[in-house]
Design a protein around this ligand. Sequence first.
Ligand code: PHE
Length: 443
Amino acid sequence: MAGGPREQWTSRHGFVLAAIGSAVGLGNMWRFSYLAAENGGAAFVILYLATTLVIGLPVLLAELVLGRGSQKSPIQALTHYGGSRWKPLGLVFVTAGFLILSYYAVIAGWAVRYGLAAIVSGFDPNAAERFGEVASGWDAFGYHLAFMALTVFVVVRGVTGGIERTSVVLMPILFVLVLGLAVYAATLNGASAGYAYYLRPDFSKLLSLNVLKDAAGQAFFSLSLGMGAMLTFASYLGRNVNLPRAAALIAGADIAIAFIAGLVVFPMIFALELSADVGASTVGALFITLPKAFAEMGSVGRGVGILFFAALIVGALTSAISLLEVVVSSAIDGLGWSRRKAGILLGIAIAVLGAPSAWSTDILGAVDQVANNILLLGGGFALSIFVGWVMAGPIEEASEGASSAAWYGSWRNLLRYAVPAFLFFILVYDAIPSTFRTIADLF
Ligand code: PHE
């Protein structure tokens, strides 16, 4: 292994904040709110909560157990416990990290662009046109490159000096910003229509498999699951850390921020009667409606908008560094590269791969769908099988640093049966219609 002994987080809360930093990001504010808007508000929220707790949380603990137990990045962690035939799965994880970061940084670039423009000249009331300019061509690509450079800068500085330090400083700021924005949103006239839409379930959608599929995909994306990000972060942990407690804290904070972000977004959109605009566009929903709302709110709106985009950028950065860390740590452990070389070269490769997403939001949306509904859910399926059936002693590893408890057996049974069965069903359900659609499109 290059660079001497493996780095370790300096403290337990450093790890927890970094993991929460990975979880909380564009997924909580951008993706969660547009999916909720598309899928009947509260019905989606309920299914998202349920899948996070029943499916996401067990897989999160499985990733932490694998990472801490092996003290290795994903590919080596899998071969350590399962032999070399599991190497391809590790490669899929690294590929997912590559692919997700390539478009994630494009969206983060839009946020940087909006934030800077708001400071310089405020928000443009012609929000849809403006979004068209921001989200395509060289402009989008340029901001994407700048954001990638920032991500590389943090990761190259190392686990404690870069990732931990950034998360410990930025995450508390993010919490305060999001809470403050929710309090402000509550004071708006007409906020209650937004709450009603967000919190009153449409029971017909609650029974829809499509909504369930999106909710499960969102649960995985939001918890950074299914591609080894949490596994990698846990590989820098000592044996005295209570993993079940850490998993509960991470999931709790992730749910809380997503939920509170909804309390920011929906009242603002409904107070300004912009809800029709949300339905019209998917990927761009947040980036069109909110700037429009901020523009209509005048100078207060400008300040609020700047804070909103600051929160979005902070969330995006602490998530992007975890995506890059999966790829970088794999190159360090597997190829013997230095952290610096891995960060810079792979960062450039990912930046280039993001070009199509920078030019077209349709491509971006399609990559996002594939990455989530196939790679992350498929990765979660394989991970639960791996820890449930293949890895020796997952229960002993989970209870190390924690007290042993009766529910560990149920956790493993979830990983053995319920979680893979559920994910398999969702994957097949998703694959069949889209395969038909693709074949139909050929004619
Ligand atoms: N969880 C992050 C978010 O919600 C995105 C992410 C996915 C990060 C997968 C790492 C791995 O924004």
